[in-house]
Design a protein around this ligand. Structure first.
Ligand SMILES: Nc1ncnc2c1ncn2[C@@H]1O[C@H](COP(=O)(O)OP(=O)(O)OP(=O)(O)O)[C@@H](O)[C@H]1O
Length: 711
């Protein structure tokens, strides 16, 4: 480490020789490279802005975090700089590649327990460090656990990490929807109260299962279904027949991490003291011997995996067309390039619904049939997200219980959730606001791209200078959305209103990427955000909205809903709610699940009623004033004598009238009192006058008597 810190890596692309490709993410390609002046092999992550909808904040965060990090289990950046249209991030070369690559190429059934324990212990050390420094990683998964030639383990990829100590917008970003669905903690999906470090502990638990089985739970399902299953089902665990090979302490460790209530999950520090690690973890040397020795060079493995992926895509083209296997393909790619295109999600929803219908048919035929999805049997229990049921009796998918989803989901998915979902899509699809600044014309987009590139080079400069010891107290404000027409890989759903291509050309993958997306047909991708919009709009309407406003951060390759920038439209809320009600009316529903919707409607009604009453009052008052006007002119009319007797309808008005007549009465009696006082006053004045006259007479008599006596 010391050795790495002291070396100065040049911030100039000419000083590096790029060799073979060793990894590919949604927005980046990673190469093995030689740093010529230092004669050292490094890895260079080349971020291509034109490849996808990048977000500079994310890149800046990734580079900043990586260059400030100093821990043996966290992958750091030596330096970063702009090169042509890209940003290069120079980092240590991890010759073993990611655990996902190792699993895919050589351990498809997962690792043995001591290997898992060793890998997880190292990851936990990284998490203890990151959490201690206020960082939430937010994307812990086997694909981000890298192993070097000596068996050292490092946690990588800070593209979506967040700092808990940040303020302002970044602090709010903890209310964002970040991560990769299979590894994403329920509280991150729900977005009710934000989330904290414990979200990483959930992902850590899922990663443990991934290392044990060779894939993450629910990995073969489309993202939307993963979301629903994570929220609805009991947490996955090591509860099945094939898991008997694992120790009790491993099962306990997984169960401790995969608790839906984040407060009940242990901290990374506490977890590191778990007996599982003392009993089973070994040395880096052990990792080297067991998983690295005999492995082909990383570049070769990567090429082989890519080849397998391409042939899989070709073989399964027919299946792929129905989009049901999207999730699996993404998983095989080993990236988190989830596609949340509207059309895809609609199709997925439709397919799921079909499956659901088939399931119901099947169920009727054989009530006790079981459905072990991927080894993770989804219980058909009613959801209570805080009810843990690791050892639940395996039953079936449980889609019929989706109406029991808790919290805002219950309202968003009342009735038959997938139908409701479709209804939501329809609402939002129509909700395209042509004047929205997010619907940008190509010209605008390209100019934005240019400006973003300029800013990117600033970021690169900044990082380079930072690495060189300069302290730059400068903050960059960067555009949040970049959409580039043409070559584009739609990976994560942009969860904001934005310009995207149609579903046919948005599947992440080289095949799709190759055929440049020339379509000029654009539509807003609401898929991911829809869920969120539903929740947000509902929360806003019922006055529970948290600090959800904010900026979009379109995230490379992750499923992310940021602080929403969609103007809440009462109409859309009402529409979606009424759609849900319509949906509910068409399908058998749990009546209790309709309650929130009805409650909301009631509130809406009360508000509208209040508005109407106010309006009626206004109209009445102005009409009464109109009827008053001639009576004032006439002076003697009945109306002028009884000015407050306009026709009234409400008790409030009657109350006011009573008050007014009481006031009138008291004014009248006051006037009488004043009159009486006036009379008294004038009597007193007269008396005083009389006294004064008498006093004058008395004085003159006195003076006359005095002069007589003196004379
Ligand atoms: N330093 C490294 N040494 C060797 N291989 C690496 C290194 N960094 C990354 N890789 C490989 O490249 C792949 C893609 O890198 P990375 O995950 O950083 O890109 P990304 O665009 O952020 O991807 P994703 O969106 O899937 O997280 C990794 O999964 C890993 O296999």
């Amino acid at each position: 480490m010391e050795h790495e810190v002291q070396k100065r890596f040049p911030a100039n692309p000419k000083e590096y020789k790029l060799y073979e490709e060793v990894g590919e993410g949604v927005s980046a390609t990673v190469y093995r490279a030689l740093c010529v002046p230092l004669n050292e092999i490094v890895a260079i992550k080349v971020l291509d802005l034109e490849k996808c909808n990048n977000d500079l904040d994310g890149i800046r965060r990734e580079v900043q975090t990586m260059s400030l990090i100093d821990h043996p289990n966290v992958l750091r950046a030596y330096c970063s700089f702009p090169a042509d249209r890209n940003l290069w991030i120079v980092m240590p070369y991890m010759a073993g590649g990611s655990c996902l690559h190792i699993i895919k190429s050589d351990f498809p059934e997962g690792f043995e327990e001591p290997i898992i324990a060793t890998l997880l212990r190292e990851v936990l050390k990284a998490l203890v460090y990151l959490h201690g420094h206020g960082h939430i990683h937010r994307d812990v998964k086997a694909g981000n656990i890298l192993v070097d030639a000596n068996g050292a383990v490092k946690l990588a990829d800070f593209g979506v990490s967040a700092c808990m100590f940040d303020t302002g917008d970044r602090q709010r970003s903890r209310n964002t929807f970040v991560g990769t669905p299979c590894w994403m903690a329920p509280e991150v999906m729900q977005q009710l109260h934000g989330y904290d470090f414990k979200a990483d502990i959930w992902s850590f638990g899922i990663t443990a299962l991934e290392l044990a089985h060779g894939h993450a739970p629910f990995s073969k399902y489309p993202p939307m279904k993963v979301l629903l299953m994570t929220l609805q089902n009991a947490p996955p665990g090591l509860d099945y027949e094939r898991d008997k090979r694992f120790s009790k302490s491993f099962r306990e460790l997984v169960a401790a991490c995969l608790v839906k209530d984040p407060k009940k999950r242990p901290s990374s520090e506490k977890l590191l003291k778990h007996p599982f690690f003392f009993k089973h973890a070994r040395s880096n040397e052990y990792l080297k011997k067991t998983i690295l020795d005999g492995l082909a060079p990383l570049g070769d493995r990567f090429r082989a995996l890519k080849g397998r992926e391409s042939s899989f895509l070709l073989q399964n083209q027919a299946i792929n067309e129905d989009k049901e296997h999207l999730s699996q393909r993404e998983y095989i790619r080993g990236i988190s390039g989830w596609n949340f295109n509207l059309e895809d999600l609609k199709t997925q929803a439709a397919l799921l619904d079909e499956i659901h219908t088939k399931d119901l048919d099947k169920k009727q035929k054989s009530k006790d049939s079981t459905d072990d999805y991927d080894g993770y049997i989804c219980t058909g229990q009613t959801l209570s997200s805080t009810t843990e049921n690791h050892g639940a009796t395996p039953k079936e998918d449980g889609l019929e219980d989706l109406q029991d989803l808790e919290g805002p989901f219950s309202s968003a998915f009342s009735g038959r959730p997938l139908q409701a979902l479709k209804a939501c899509f329809d609402v939002c699809e129509d909700d395209i606001d042509a004047t929205s600044p997010n619907l940008k014309d190509p010209l605008h987009l390209s100019s934005e791209l240019i400006s973003q590139k300029q800013q990117l080079s600033q970021v690169g400069d900044l990082e380079t200078r930072k690495v060189n010891g300069e302290n730059l107290g400068k903050s960059y404000s960067v555009p949040k959305n970049i959409n580039v027409l043409g070559r584009q890989k739609f990976s994560s759903g942009s969860l904001v209103p934005e310009l995207v291509h149609s579903s046919s050309n948005n599947i992440a993958g080289d095949v799709e990427r190759g055929d440049s997306n020339q379509k000029q047909h654009h539509e807003r991708n609401y898929s991911g955000p829809l869920l969120y919009r539903q929740i947000r709009d509902f929360a806003a309407a019922s006055g529970q909205e948290e600090s959800l406003e904010g900026r979009l951060i379109q995230r490379k390759g992750r499923f992310k809903v940021t602080s929403a920038d969609v103007n809440a439209k009462v109409a859309s809320v009402t529409n979606s709610i009424s759609n849900q009600v319509g949906v509910a009316a068409n399908y058998p529903v749990n009546t209790a699940s309709l309650l929130p919707t009805l409650h909301f409607l009631l509130q809406q009604n009360a508000l509208q009623r209040e508005q109407l009453v106010k309006l009626i009052k206004c109209v009445e008052q102005s009409s009464s004033r109109q009827s008053e006007t001639p009576s004032v002119d006439a002076g003697t009319s009945e109306a002028s004598q009884q000015p407050f007797q306009a026709p009234t309808t409400t008790s409030r008005e009657r109350e006011l009238q009573t008050l007014l007549s009481q006031l009138q009465q008291s004014v009248g009696s006051l006037a009488e009192d004043v009159q009486k006082l006036k009379v008294k006053n004038s009597q007193l004045e007269r008396q005083i006058g009389a006294f004064a006259v008498k006093g004058g007479k008395f004085q003159s008599e006195n003076e006359a008597q005095r002069s007589k006596v003196e004379g």
